[in-house]
Design a protein around this ligand. Structure first.
Ligand code: SAM
Ligand code: SF4
Ligand code: F3S
Length: 474
């Protein structure tokens, strides 16, 4: 650790899991420079807000939060406020002009610069770094786990996105896609295991296009030299490497892009008991014309083909989805196509939104945002209702069966109950008895709703118990 300067930081994160993972990288960089990250805002000398720009309401929420912080700054004139992440990248110095209390604006690729930016602010000026990088992956930084349950740890395996879906701001806020060196990913997984973590979630905007060939911006496999091809590591290889770190470490990943997920990835999942039978496969729409306008590069049939392939290779695989209602020019019949695709795919659950135009994106430049808000919202309500019914039916069908739950901690509702997720990523609640956080418990499902299941424990899972015993003997 560097010099101790007694300054304390409070970091508040918004948006996707990658942003939360980035905050842990920020905490680690700051710790190296003598700053301690604390869990509450009280007593903080520095407040970092790690922001999201994905939809207008995400940015509005942050604006509200910043105006709340004005009061704190009035009370403590020395307080330093930094805006990090996607909104910082999107709005750059405009943000500092609009929000007078903001002292620092830092984009997602410039976090190594944070200590010197804070020093600049200490010297009396405002500070900004929003440079995007072609190489930065924070590969060798061990994140400081924040607000962690001590069971699940995020590992970022890549950064940026080259896909340019027409509705999406991410390529502008996070820059070009680049993959992180696999050995550093494996080392991070091992470090988590050593610290007692039981589950890792590999993160990227499009994990299936992960490709390590020595670093730098993404290249297509076919464009690699013969030597690079031979030593390259793709997502299927990486997934296997992480699964082999420890057979009792549960492995998840997110998100998969339907155009890139390969049979190889599916076979790796099927072959490893510790890789969850769960895939997040965002469709966005069920209509081919809309998918084309969204620049998703697949159509309805391709998506259905992928779902079929998943079910062939990994029977009982749970699949979740992202859906956007009311994208530019979407007709009622095209919205119906989304509903029929959802029904056909029988998703376990979905993340559902109505379209929010983002400045600078291809859709904002080329297409009129012409579906009225009340129509977008009504279609979204239909999508949510259908998904709710499907999730409820799927969970109902699980009643009477035994699922293996990795215990994350006590249930929010009662200290007598524990909560964890089964392989299929559904929350399960059961009586605590003598079970503990971090254990794999087999639970007989007795009751369910659309988003959780309740059951009674029938014992520790024999497979994971046997692994533990083998380890003890060794
Ligand atoms: N990279 C992932 C993918 O391609 O599936 C996820 C990207 S984004 C962080 C998460 C979700 O937000 C997207 O899948 C999409 O459904 C939604 N989203 C992105 N831009 C949006 C917009 N302009 N309006 C509404 N929803 C949006
Ligand atoms: Fe956005 Fe598409 Fe990239 Fe996902 S794949 S982050 S939706 S541009
Ligand atoms: Fe939001 Fe940026 Fe993630 S826009 S969803 S925090 S990549």
């Amino acid at each position: 650790m560097g010099n101790i300067n007694n300054k304390q930081i409070y970091i508040e994160s918004y948006g996707c899991a990658m942003n939360f993972a980035d905050s842990e990288v920020v905490a680690s960089i700051m710790a190296e420079n003598g700053y301690e990250t604390i869990p509450t805002e009280e007593n903080a000398d520095i407040v970092f807000i790690n922001t999201c720009s994905i939809r207008d309401n995400a940015e509005q929420k942050i604006r509200t939060r910043l105006s709340q912080l004005k009061g704190n700054k009035k009370k403590n004139k020395e307080l330093i406020v930094g805006v990090l992440g996607c909104m910082a990248e999107r709005l750059k110095d405009q943000l500092m002009e609009e929000e007078k209390l903001v002292d620092i604006v830092v984009g997602p690729d410039a976090y190594r610069d944070l200590p010197s930016l804070v020093a600049e602010v200490d010297g009396g000026s405002k500070a900004i770094n929003v440079l995007l990088s072609l190489e930065e992956t924070y590969a060798e930084i061990t994140p400081t786990r924040l607000n962690s349950n001590g069971v699940t740890g995020f590992i970022s395996i890549m950064r940026g996105c080259d896909n340019m879906c027409s509705f999406c701001v991410v390529p502008f806020t996070r820059g070009r896609e680049r993959s992180r060196e696999p050995q550093t990913i494996v080392a991070e997984a091992q470090d988590l295991v050593n610290k007692g973590f039981k589950e890792v979630i590999l993160l990227g905007q499009n994990v299936d296009s992960y490709l390590w060939y020595g670093g730098g911006p993404k290249k297509e496999f076919k464009k690699l030299s013969e030597e690079e091809k031979e030593t390259s590591v793709n997502f299927a290889n990486l997934l296997e490497m992480v699964a082999n770190v420890d057979p009792s470490l549960r492995v998840r990943f997110s998100s998969s892009h339907p155009k890139d997920i390969t049979d190889d990835v599916l076979y790796v999942i099927a072959d490893h008991k510790n890789i969850c039978n769960y895939i997040h496969l965002p469709a966005q729409s069920g209509n081919s014309r809309i998918l084309d306008k969204m620049n998703r590069t697949y159509d309805r049939e391709w998506y259905m083909g992928k779902v079929e392939r998943i079910r062939e290779i990994i029977p009982n695989c749970s699949i979740s989805c992202d859906i956007i209602s009311g994208f530019c020019t979407e007709t009622e019949a095209e919205h119906e196509d989304t509903l029929t695709l959802m029904k056909w795919s029988n998703f376990d659950f979905s993340y559902m939104y109505y379209y929010s135009e983002r400045p600078g994106t291809l859709a904002a430049r080329k297409y009129a945002d012409d579906v009225p808000e009340e129509v977008k919202k009504r279609r979204l309500a239909e999508i949510i209702k259908l998904q709710g019914e499907m999730s409820a039916a799927k969970n109902k069908a699980r009643e009477g069966s035994i699922v293996t739950v990795l215990v994350e901690g006590r249930s929010k509702r009662s200290e007598h109950d524990l909560m964890g997720k089964c392989d299929e990523s559904i929350s399960v609640i059961f009586p605590r008895e003598a079970y503990k956080k971090g254990q794999y418990v087999d639970v007989l499902i007795e009751k369910s709703t659309s988003n959780s299941m309740v059951g009674k424990p029938v014992g520790l899972n024999p497979y994971f118990e046997k692994l533990k015993k083998t380890e003890e003997v060794a």
